[in-house]
Write a protein that binds this ligand. Structure first.
Ligand SMILES: [Zn+2]
Length: 307
């Protein structure tokens, strides 16, 4: 295992995936450029290393912070009486961990592994299931549970790896999911067809500006039998022969914004539930579109035109 020796003599590991003892530092001077790099479509997997002035490690034994600057080596900082782990995920127990499962037909056996080392996190390892049907049941029940708790980063289930019968039974990744199935800068009316099976979108009178046609309420009804959540959303205006995203800075509104504006208690909308933003606005005609995901990880776009 790669790593180095702390001044206290303990070995500090590097090269471990998803370590709670390691972080990267981004200077406030570089934060705009960093955001621009990671938000460029198609480049999310390309980590902009040149914008990281140093990596930080914390020694598990003495809790020193060790800053590693490329080409310059290590700089150690001794804590003043603290003994906390400082570099673990900001999401704590809700850290978006992985779910991994592999099954071999010839052995009638496999493993399901999920979660993280964060104390109290939903995590586990199961390797004693002998039936493929039961194995899949376990995988998908863990998948749904982690997804509902918003504590899943990515998941895959593979069958017969290393044989000609290899099969990618299921995979899900939160980032690629958003990029591949998410809303874009432009939209067509056809994009909205699929979502009509799951969500009804209606417009009504505004709660605060009743005399103004460009102020209205917007309601979403979940018609499906699954819980759904909104990843991102935005209003689109018809310009240059196409429907263009017309929010401030041309950015989609976030999942957090949806929860806030539509007054939700959690990000999930239950089957049959209707949620409403009573003070929506934006000049007509406008399409309001929503990138949704259900509790099984299926993504779709719902939207409606307000003439
Ligand atoms: Zn140490």
């Amino acid at each position: 295992m790669s790593g180095f020796t702390c001044p206290c003599g303990a070995h500090v590991q590097d090269g471990v995936d998803l370590s709670g003892d390691k972080a990267v530092v981004i200077s406030d001077m570089d934060i705009d450029e960093f955001r621009g790099e990671i938000e460029r479509p198609g480049l999310v997997e390309e980590y902009p290393d040149e914008l990281t002035p140093c990596k930080v490690f914390q020694c598990r034994e003495c809790k020193r912070l060790l800053l590693e600057r490329p080409g310059e080596g290590l700089f150690a900082f001794v804590p003043e009486g603290h003994s906390e782990s400082m570099l673990t995920s900001a999401r704590g127990k809700k850290f978006k961990g992985n779910l991994r499962a592999e099954w071999q037909d010839k052995d009638a056996n496999g493993y399901v592994l999920w979660g993280s080392a964060v104390a109290g996190a939903d995590s586990g390892y199961v390797c004693d299931i002998k039936e493929w049907g039961k194995f899949q049941e376990l995988y998908f029940s863990v998948f749904r549970r982690l997804l509902r708790a918003d504590s899943l980063g990515n998941a895959w289930l593979r069958r017969n790896v290393g044989t000609p019968q290899v099969e990618d039974v299921h995979h899900w990744h939160s980032h690629t999911h958003r990029l591949e199935h998410g809303l874009k800068q432009t939209i067509t009316m056809e994009t909205l067809e699929d979502g009509r099976r799951f969500v009804d979108i209606t417009f009504g009178a505004s709660a605060s500006e009743q005399g103004n046609v460009n102020h209205y309420s917007t309601s979403l009804k979940n018609k499906s039998s699954n819980q759904i959540r909104i990843y991102s959303f935005g209003g689109y205006h018809f310009r240059h022969g196409t429907w263009e995203l017309n929010t401030i800075h041309k950015r989609l509104y976030s999942a957090g914004r949806f929860v806030q504006w539509y007054g939700l208690q959690s990000q999930w909308i239950a089957p049959g539930e209707t949620v409403c933003f009573p003070n929506n606005s934006g000049s007509r005609p406008i399409i309001w579109a929503y990138h949704c995901e259900d509790e099984d990880g299926n993504a779709f776009i719902a939207g409606e035109l307000l003439r």
